[in-house]
Design a protein around this ligand. Structure first.
Ligand code: SF4
Ligand code: SF4
Length: 338
């Protein structure tokens, strides 16, 4: 990434963070799924299929327009494998046209010099690739040996920020691989983070002593900003619950391929309202709703968004909210929404 592009991006980020601290009335980050299909089938993943079609560009643009109208700061395109969408460049371009930061999460398989140059031109600002192991196995083929050539292309041609996420837990057999992946990422000039993988049902599996040790070593190699934002991971790695306020459905939105708003990839179905019809009343209700799954949640990006508001606006359980609704209080009064 060129220095001038990097500085511009950092300034835009600083503006968005100040805005998020000053006002709680807009989403900070939305994950948008333009197609569920994936070329891989990782053993721990519940977010893909092998048959679905790409969502039409005009429909995606309509969803991006709604996110922009809600005041969303960052849109990250995810999947499935979003690089399989034939109009990904136009999707990225439209995010930028609407003034939002454009990010992408990919398994890395489709990067060629030509494809990277097209993403530069479209205005991509962030890319994250998760690499699970060094050699492919039956759990995952997101492997350093397979992807190293792609990483070299990215190092040479990408004019966007690249983060390589290595992973621990969730059935990954060789935890030492996370260290090898992180070292290679640093060598190629990328930032690096480490994630604790959730189980197939989205809950936490405690790390072994060896996994914990590797986890700490990889964290030391990584991006200092991310390490500061991800201290929840220390509790999770110890198998201890973490106390925080998840703002999914409000400050963080997960928009599936059908255009429905969900709390996140692991809690699809709640609230399950169409983005078209999503109002600030929905936003305020979800902002104040305590999530039962929060104490063992491993989703880094939702934790990072949560930090912005963790110090304000305590939450209520869905049962408390339902009880108050039964007693005749309006949603606004009940959750103290302004
Ligand atoms: S590459 Fe990503 S979306 Fe595809 S199966 Fe693996 S984890 Fe799931
Ligand atoms: S705590 Fe929030 S982000 Fe984590 S699984 Fe639950 S709803 Fe999703």
């Amino acid at each position: 990434m060129r220095k001038s592009t990097f500085l511009k991006l950092k300034m835009r980020e600083a503006r968005f963070i100040s805005r998020a601290l000053l006002s709680t009335h807009h989403p900070v980050l939305a994950h948008l799924i333009p197609m569920r299909r994936c070329n891989l089938a990782c053993g721990y993943c519940n977010e893909y299929d092998h048959t679905s079609k790409p969502i039409d560009l005009e429909i995606i643009k309509g969803r991006l327009n709604k996110l922009a109208d809600l005041g969303t700061s960052i849109v990250t395109i995810s999947g499935g494998e979003p690089m399989m969408h034939p109009e990904l460049d136009q999707i990225i371009h439209h995010i930028r046209v609407r003034g939002m930061i454009a990010g992408l999460i990919s398994n890395g398989y489709y990067f060629t010099p030509e494809r990277i140059k097209r993403l530069n031109k479209a205005g991509l600002e962030y890319l994250q690739i998760s690499i699970d192991n060094v050699e492919p196995d039956e759990v995952s083929r997101k492997s350093l040996r397979v992807l190293d050539k792609k990483l070299r292309y990215l190092s040479e041609y990408a004019d966007f920020h690249v983060n390589i996420n290595s992973v621990i837990g969730g059935g990954i057999k060789k935890p030492d691989d996370a260290l090898t992946v992180a070292r290679r990422a640093v060598e190629l000039g990328f930032s690096t983070t480490v994630g604790v993988i959730h189980d197939i049902d989205g809950t936490l599996k405690p790390l072994s002593a060896k996994e914990k040790d590797i986890f700490q070593q990889v964290k030391k190699l990584g991006n200092k900003d991310h390490a500061r934002l991800n201290w929840f991971q220390d509790s999770i790695a110890e198998g201890k619950p973490y106390n925080w306020r998840c703002r999914a459905g409000a400050r963080y939105l997960y928009i599936c391929e059908d255009g429905l708003v969900h709390w996140c990839s692991q809690q699809r179905g709640y609230p399950g309202i169409s983005l078209d019809q999503y109002t600030m009343e929905d936003f305020n209700r979800e902002y104040k709703t305590e999530k039962w799954c929060a104490p063992t949640c491993t989703l880094q990006c939702v934790h990072q968004v949560g930090i912005l508001d963790n110090w304000r606006d305590p939450q209520k359980t869905p049962a408390q909210i339902a009880e108050e609704q039964k007693n005749g209080k309006g949603v606004g009064e009940m959750i103290g929404a302004d």
